[in-house]
Design a protein around this ligand. Structure first.
Ligand SMILES: NC(=O)c1ccc[n+]([C@@H]2O[C@H](COP(=O)([O-])OP(=O)(O)OC[C@H]3O[C@@H](n4cnc5c(N)ncnc54)[C@H](O)[C@@H]3O)[C@@H](O)[C@H]2O)c1
Length: 328
């Protein structure tokens, strides 16, 4: 069986998904659409498919599913339109740049014929799977954690420096870390901390504390102006005389006990698409399109990550702890 898929947004991530989809024999790409004709043409030519100007054209070309790869604040409109038209939707992160937008998508996805999956690719990377597996097997029971996810700059692509398009820095890279917190430790029940505006036109540095329903407390640091100094992404999970550490999407370690050998993985030689989880998330989405499984990352996951971003902004701006779930 073949899945007819279109790509909306022919930039950096649109190209990555096109690469992954072309490696899946079950996929027929029906077209690549972008508001900038030259961008659509470039990627469409690479993929050997027609270039188009928008969602309607992809639907007319027979798309059953669409990858929404437009900038952050431009996800809600095409996602709602595609769900309304009965398509399956893979949306890049973030789900939306407001709680209201996320709620609209969550509600639409619950009613829709098609499925919705959100692009939290890190869930499918080997390093975070390594961590989660050790938790699931009971080899470590997390008590505390330290989570860091910095960005070198808000310069590339240029819209990342415009909060009107990103929704705010936290909707950029940090939203991945927030989802990772939920993936590893469950729901967050309280957020506290402080933020600074140091370099850009918005709050661009956060030092927060997340408390999870499981009892885990995690420090969560994210700064937007660090330079791309490695490791800009690092998670440490502490248990009973045992520790898991992940570094970028490259390496992970598990120290199981006081005098035991450390287990390690090194993903250096893997392809980028595989290492970062893109290949797996796209394959799973195609499974869903073909009716073989429910979405691997759900609309509820997208909504909860949005809620966590909004709670973090609220806590940072007021200086007061914020309890979750948010009402209203
Ligand atoms: N999951 C990840 O690891 C990851 C990595 C990078 C980007 N992203 C997300 O993917 C999205 C795109 O990021 P990018 O880096 O590819 O940006 P980009 O600027 O490289 O590409 C975005 C493309 O969308 C096009 N576009 C803008 N508005 C459009 C519209 N209304 N209809 C059709 N096309 C439109 C632009 O012309 C551009 O070609 C963002 O939401 C970003 O947060 C996710």
């Amino acid at each position: 069986m073949s899945a007819k898929v279109g790509i909306l947004g022919a930039g950096f991530i649109g190209r990555i998904h096109a690469t992954c989809l072309r490696r899946d024999p079950r996929v027929t790409l029906v077209g690549v659409a972008d508001v900038v004709p030259a961008a659509a043409r470039r990627l469409a030519d690479e993929a050997g498919v027609p270039a188009m100007d928008g969602l309607e054209a992809l639907i007319d070309a027979g798309a059953q599913a669409v990858f929404v790869c437009t900038p952050n604040a431009r996800h809600v409109e095409p996602v709602l339109a595609a769900l309304e038209a009965g398509l399956h939707v893979f949306s890049e992160k973030p789900m939306a740049t407001s709680l209201d937008g996320a709620r609209q998508i969550r509600d639409a996805a619950a009613r829709a014929r098609g499925a919705y999956q959100i692009g939290f690719n890190r869930r499918f990377s080997n390093v975070y799977r390594f961590a989660r597996q050790r938790i699931e097997e009971g080899r470590i029971t997390p008590r505390l954690a330290q989570m860091k996810h910095n960005r070198g700059e808000l310069v590339q692509p240029p819209w990342t420096g415009d909060p009107a398009v990103t929704g705010g820095y936290l909707y950029e890279t940090p939203v991945h870390l927030f989802d990772m917190g939920r993936y590893l430790f469950g729901e967050v029940v309280a957020v506290a901390g402080a933020a600074r505006q140091s370099v850009y036109r918005e709050l661009d540095g956060f030092v927060m504390l997340f408390t999870f329903a499981s009892g885990v407390v995690a420090s969560v640091t994210s700064v937007a102006h660090t330079s791309w100094f490695f490791p800009y992404e690092r998670v440490e999970i502490y248990g009973d005389h045992c520790t898991v550490v992940t570094e970028e999407l490259e390496r992970a370690w598990f120290a199981p006990g006081m005098r035991e050998q450390v287990e390690a993985i090194d993903c250096f030689h893997m392809t980028f698409e595989e290492k970062w989880g893109y290949l797996a998330e796209d394959r799973l989405f195609i499974d869903t399109v073909l009716g073989e499984r429910p979405p691997a990352v759900t609309a509820e996951d997208g909504y909860r990550a949005t809620e966590l971003v909004e709670a973090t902004y609220r806590a940072a701006r007021t200086g007061q702890p914020v309890a979750l779930p948010l009402g209203g």
